[in-house]
Design a protein around this ligand. Structure first.
Ligand SMILES: Cc1cc2nc3c(=O)[nH]c(=O)nc-3n(C[C@H](O)[C@H](O)[C@H](O)COP(=O)(O)OP(=O)(O)OC[C@H]3O[C@@H](n4cnc5c(N)ncnc54)[C@H](O)[C@@H]3O)c2cc1C
Length: 259
């Protein structure tokens, strides 16, 4: 940026063009406004609209999650003020669960503060004999793997700049364990597209899935995807499903039974 302030009366529909030119080279694809507007005022409105009702279903794709992450990521909200709001409007297990997620975010921030750039490399050895390749395969980059569920997760990432936590977990496991790609490539893809894409939550979540920051790799099977997506893809899917097996079988295939 040249330091020229944006005119206060610039209409929203001109923003992508003006900002797109100012930030040329720092992003890929067409410049467009996010589905949720940024700014402290919008962030506070989103926070105050959040009652947390139904958060017990947070693991389901239809579950009511806050979608506050992009405001937290860009400093438009603080973790403590979100926690204070949750304590005042939420109750019982739903409140505890929500506070637990905020605690993960706080923990990852503290790990980043302590470890610095080390979080961008394996913090520990993987807990299985992994041979990861460094580059993102083209079919993943273009969202054309031929697996309807995976391509939908990638569409959410690239079109909306947001994925549900379970979609992030599934996709990370698919890329690292099924495709044998180093988690750093997935981290970079998320950093490029997610509106909340950061260093701490992003790198450490990928490492948690990969087992370089946890004691075993995270993976799922078809039943898990079917259940938590409420049957969104599996019922009509005709692709050869790499996830369709009991956990014990997949564990043997992916990790040599050593996970
Ligand atoms: C591979 C992978 C990459 C991820 N990359 C990012 C990232 O770049 N930026 C990011 O903010 N989150 C990341 N997450 C964590 C999580 O998926 C998102 O924070 C969450 O989905 C955001 O949606 P929400 O605001 O509706 O969350 P809610 O469920 O409403 O939770 C409220 C807040 O708690 C925090 N939180 C929730 N879940 C987690 C979690 N699993 N780990 C850490 N903090 C959490 C976030 O700040 C979130 O906004 C990643 C998770 C995975 C598995």
């Amino acid at each position: 940026m040249t330091g020229t302030p944006l005119p206060a009366d610039l209409p929203d529909d001109r923003l992508p063009d003006v900002l797109g030119k100012a930030l040329a080279g720092l992003y890929t694809g067409p410049a467009r406004l996010p589905a949720r507007p940024g700014g402290r005022t919008e962030a506070l409105a989103a926070l105050h609209a959040w009652t947390g009702a139904g958060y017990a279903n947070r693991n389901f794709l239809h579950g009511n999650v806050s979608r506050l992450s992009m405001y937290l990521r860009h400093g438009m909200l603080g973790l403590r003020e979100v926690a204070a709001h949750a304590r005042s409007v939420m109750r019982g297990r739903e409140r505890d669960e929500f506070l637990r997620q905020l605690a993960w975010a706080e923990f990852y921030r503290l790990v980043l503060r302590q470890e610095g750039a080390r979080v961008l490399g394996n913090l520990e050895d993987p807990k299985y004999p992994a041979r990861w390749t460094p580059d993102l395969p083209d079919d993943v980059r273009t969202g054309a793997t031929g697996l309807p569920c995976v391509d939908a997760w990638l569409r959410h990432l690239m079109r909306d700049g947001w994925m549900h936590n379970h979609e992030r977990l599934w996709f990370a496991a698919y890329l690292v364990h099924w495709r044998g790609v180093h988690w750093r490539a997935g981290y970079a893809l998320f950093r490029e597209h997610l509106l909340d894409g950061d260093i701490a939550n992003n790198a450490l979540s990928w490492q948690w899935v990969a087992s370089t920051f946890s004691n075993k790799p995270y993976f799922m099977n078809r039943d898990n995807i079917d259940r938590y997506s409420s049957g969104r893809w599996c019922g009509t899917c005709t692709a050869e499903c790499p996830f369709r097996a009991p956990y014990e079988t997949l564990e043997g295939q992916l990790f040599g039974g050593r996970a």
